[in-house]
Structures are given as C-alpha cells and as structure tokens.
Design a protein around this ligand. Structure first.
Ligand code: HEM
Length: 533
C-alpha cells in the first residue's frame, strides 16, 4: 500500500454503516475476541480476590492507562475543523505566478483541503478559553505537492526575535514552578529585561489579547517567509488571515463574565457554527517585499516584532478558506495533528528570519516525542497523495511507504533494481548567496519602541483604557524595581502610555496603604474590646 490511508483509519470513516446493512454491534477486545463480560472482573467468588490472568480486563485497563499523550508544551488547549482553501489565481492585480510557483495558488477556483487548529498558548488542555493569551491559528494545506503548514497566531507580531529566548519566555509566562500559579511579577521580571516584547505586550494587554472567539479573530504567519517563482527568484512574504465574520475582542470584564459561566466558549462557538452550516471564512492576504535587508526602513524585514506598514506594503488577497466540517474524533484529529514551520511545498521557502529557523527545528522534534516517530503516518498528518520514502520501522510503524510496482527489497537510493528515484527538478533552484562571520549578535535595527507607541496611539479610547487597567492590575503585585523599569519602557514607547501606567500603579499603592491603615485601626479597636468569645 502507499500512504493513501487504509479506509478504516481515514478520518472520513466513523464506523457507522448505512441502514440497509446489518450492524454488528458486538463488543470485542482489541484482539478481536467477542467480549462476553464487561461488567465484572474475574474473581475467586463474588467477593474476590481478582485473578491476574484476566486478559480482557488487563487489556482494557492498560489501554486506559495510556489514553493520554504528552500535551503540547505550548498551545495545549485547542479546537479544530476541516475545510477548503480556494485560490484566486492572482495576487492583487497580478498573476500569482509572478511571485510563486506553488501549485495551490495558481488557478482561480482551485480547491485544496485544509485542517485548522486554533489554540491558546500558556495553560493546559482544559484551561479556560477566556484567558489573556495569544491564540494559535495553524493551517495544514493538503496540496497536490504534499503538505504545507502555515503555523500562525492571531496577533501579527511576537515577543522575541531570536529563537534562543523562547524557552525563557514560555517559562516566565507559565505557572511558577513552586506555587504552580501564573504570576505577573515573573512575567514582568522577564519582560522588563526584554524590551523586544513591548509591541507584543501592547497588543496582548489590550482587548486584542482576548479575542471574543476563534471565528472572529485574524491570523498571521508572523514570521517572514519567501515566495519563489519559476525562474528561481525569491521575494519576502508575510501572510495574513482576515475573518469574513469581522473581528471582535473582549475587555477583561467581558471575558470574566463569560468565564464565570462557560470556559469552553470558543470551542463551542466554532463547533456549533459549523454544525449549523454557518461556515466561517477567512481571506488569505500577503504582503510582499523584495528580498534584501531594506536599509531605508527603520526596522529589519526579518524582525517578527514589527508590522510591515500597509501603505508601503499593501495586503494583497490570494484566496479564501472555508471551515465546513467538524472533527469526528477530537483526539485523532485535533490532538494528534502536528504542524510545523518546516513543512513547505515547492514555490514557498524560508527567509533568514532567526525565529523561523529555530521554530523549524522545534516543531517536528517535539512531535516525534509528543506523538511518536511515525506521526506522519497518522491520517490527519499524512499527505493526501502518494508518499514513497525509504524511511522504515520505528515505534508504531503502520505503513510501508512504497510506490506501486516498486521492488520492496530495495529500501535505499540510488539503486538499479527498481527502487525509488529522485523526483525531476521543478523550476529553477532559488540559490541566495550567504556569507559573513559566524557570530552571536542581535540584528542592528532593534527599534523596540516605535511601533509599540504607534499601536498605543492608534487604539480606540476603550482599548487604551482596558490596556492601562490590565497592565496596572498585573503589575501592581510586582516588586517596585520591576514596576519602575516597565514604566520606563512604556514611556519610551509613548510618554502618555508610561504616565498612565505610573499613575495607575500609584493609585493602587495609595489605596493599598489606606486599606492597611484601616485594617490596623480596626485591629486596635478590636483589641480594646477584648476577646470576642
Ligand atoms: C506550537 C515551539 C514561536 C505558533 C508550538 C509547539 C512548540 C513550539 C514546541 C508545540 C507543537 C506540538 O506539540 O505539536 C515554538 C518555538 C518558537 C515558537 C521554539 C520560537 C522560537 C511561535 C510563533 C508562533 C507560534 C512566533 C506564531 C506565529 C504556534 C502555534 C502552535 C505552536 C499556532 C500550535 C500548533 C497546533 O495547533 O498544533 N510551538 N514556537 N509559535 N506554535 Fe510555536
């Protein structure tokens, strides 16, 4: 067999049979033995003890003991759906082939099946979906050239620009290793020493940090990729998903009200909309820049903490995605799906964005651990096309990736005995020149505060008010030197921004001092009254 998944395992099959076929509902063991006793373990007399040779029980309980795989270390809480991407064939007014030869974009109306997983980042698999957190927006395109994963977030920028810092960033936001509680002091201890994060923090603590649901949020590839055309020429590209349902974010107060009643509201909203035939849609747009370092800009095009100004680099539509089918099994599809930034098709390429390159190692590495060596053989991850490799065996090997007619003795290449052959070259190779000293250095144009200040000023009043109030309440319990450093960083973004956070923190400090004084007075009065019992 090729990797076209066997019918039983395909996610189209529910195991349900049509009405005119007899349904065999017999419960069996995994070995196919009909199971006659599923209520009682086997015991010596009705009061036990139990016997250890009781295979059906051992099989059942030991499989149960293994029902969970490790959670994703980030983005553990998620919801997913199947759908279709339809290409426009153009990018703005030009044929898309001017910039990329990726087949999925070429003809107007061309459809490619997709699976999407939305997520929140920091907390575990059943954490509330109302938390302030970036939201993941990961799309797997099952193209005729194999899979393409666009692993993005709702927000268009990120906290850091160097992959070396990612584990520290995540540790600072995850619960304290002793108290097991997320802690604003730890977060801002890290952020106050990481000014790269100011743009992202400005988004995250505003209502943009709590999208109302998954349907009404944007998506973005965040990192800078490349498009390659038939001639092998590359351009830099950023991806954006715009929801046709509109964008809606929540204030902290609105989120708390929802959370009090429902901590699965975003999963429910997506599932219910699709069940009701109200299929959510997103348009895919790109921004394009020539492939160089653009010294005329005040930021580096490979810096994921920056937006590319749309007046200079317009958003150009390339297609539309519709989500139209809910998963049939959460674990098989949403939990086991594995996205990675390295999963590109011909016509798409990496840029030198350091974050992107670090990410590209991390995803498949974690998935070999989280899901298993052969995670790409699972139906949700397998391409919906011919797969033929000489990769063999390993835990849970399920298929032999051979081509029809191939000599199955030959699991190596090259061979003159009817083994697999290298594919013919597609278009001209993209061969950018790379040269320089090997260093460990940040990029030159950091400009950590400019766009963060711009963001602060372009927010609407209610968004700014919510931003200040969220920052103040999270920073208030932190040590004074951390608060002071954050106020200094906000002030560098925008003078008013810094002033309002400082004033907010002062107000909290004053009212805390008053409360303390009142408490001392009350305690003194009580002590005059003697013991109350
Ligand atoms: C998930 C690493 C930055 C978006 C993950 C996972 C890892 C990871 C290990 C878990 C994957 C799994 O278990 O299947 C990293 C590293 C980064 C980084 C090392 C920086 C160097 C980013 C950025 C974005 C992002 C900038 C946004 C563009 C996502 C999404 C998921 C994810 C959406 C969830 C995918 C899913 O739904 O299965 N990341 N990440 N990550 N990451 Fe990143």
């Amino acid at each position: 067999t090729t990797n076209g998944s066997p019918e039983k395992a395909a996610f189209g099959a529910t195991g349900l049979q049509s009405n005119d076929q007899p349904i065999d509902q017999t419960l069996t063991t995994r070995q196919g033995h009909p199971l006659t006793h599923n209520q009682n373990v086997r015991t010596v007399g009705s009061r036990g003890p139990t016997t250890l040779e009781n295979y059906p029980f051992l099989e059942k309980i030991s499989h149960f003991d293994r029902e969970r795989i490790p959670e994703r270390v980030v983005h553990a809480r998620g919801a997913g759906a199947h759908g279709v991407f339809e290409a426009y064939g153009t990018v703005g007014d030009e044929p898309v082939s001017t910039y990329t030869r990726a087949k999925l974009f070429q003809q107007k109306g061309k459809e490619t099946p997709v699976f999407v997983r939305f997520s929140s980042v920091i907390h575990g698999g059943h954490s509330p979906e109302t938390l302030r957190d970036p939201r993941g927006f990961a799309v797997k395109f099952y193209t005729e050239d194999g899979n393409w994963d666009l692993v993005g977030n709702n927000l268009k920028v990120f906290f850091i620009r160097d992959a070396m810092k990612f584990p520290d960033l995540v540790h600072a936001f995850k619960p304290d290793p002793i108290t097991n509680r997320q802690d604003g002091e730890r977060i801002f201890d890290f952020i106050s020493n990481t000014p790269d994060a100011m743009h992202m923090i400005t988004f995250l603590f505003s209502p943009w940090g709590i999208p109302a649901n998954y349907r009404m949020m944007q998506g973005s590839g965040v990192n800078t990729y490349k498009w390659i055309n038939e001639a092998g020429e590359g351009v830099l590209v950023k991806y954006h998903w715009e929801p046709k349902q509109g964008i809606k974010n929540l204030t902290q107060g609105e989120a708390e009200q929802i959370q009090a009643k429902n901590f699965n509201h975003a999963t429910q909203d997506l599932y219910d909309a699709i069940e009701a035939g109200n299929f959510p849609q997103w348009e895919l747009l790109v921004q394009i820049m020539s492939d160089d370092d653009h010294p005329e800009l005040d930021f580096d095009p490979l810096d994921d903490t920056k937006l590319w100004p749309p007046d200079k680099f317009p958003w150009l539509p390339v297609g539309v995605m519709t989500l139209n089918k809910n998963p049939e099994n959460y674990f098989h599809e949403v939990e086991q799906v594995a996205f990675g930034t390295g999963v590109l098709v011909d016509g798409l390429d990496f840029s030198d964005d350091k974050m992107l390159q670090g990410r590209t190692f991390s995803y498949s590495d974690t998935q070999r651990y989280r899901v298993g060596t052969n995670y790409l053989q699972l139906p949700i991850n397998a391409p919906k096309k011919h797969v033929a490799t000489n990769q063999r065996d390993g835990q849970m090997a399920y298929l032999v990736d051979t081509a029809p007619g191939q000599n199955r003795h030959v699991n190596y290449e090259p061979s003159s005995m009817n083994g697999l052959k290298e594919a013919p070259k597609k278009g001209a190779e993209h061969t950018p020149y790379v040269g320089g000293n090997l260093v460990r250095q940040p990029i030159d144009r950091l400009n950590n505060f400019g766009q963060a200040g711009e963001r602060y000023r372009t927010f609407e009043d209610w968004e700014r008010d919510d931003l200040i109030s969220n920052l103040v309440s999270t920073l208030a319990p932190a040590k004074k030197h951390i608060q002071d450093k954050m106020v200094e960083l906000f002030t560098q973004c925008d003078e008013e921004y810094g002033r309002r956070v400082r004033e907010g923190l002062q107000q909290v400090a004053t009212s805390d001092a008053q409360k303390k004084e009142q408490a001392v007075q009350q305690a003194e009065e009580l002590s005059h009254e003697g013991q109350p019992y």
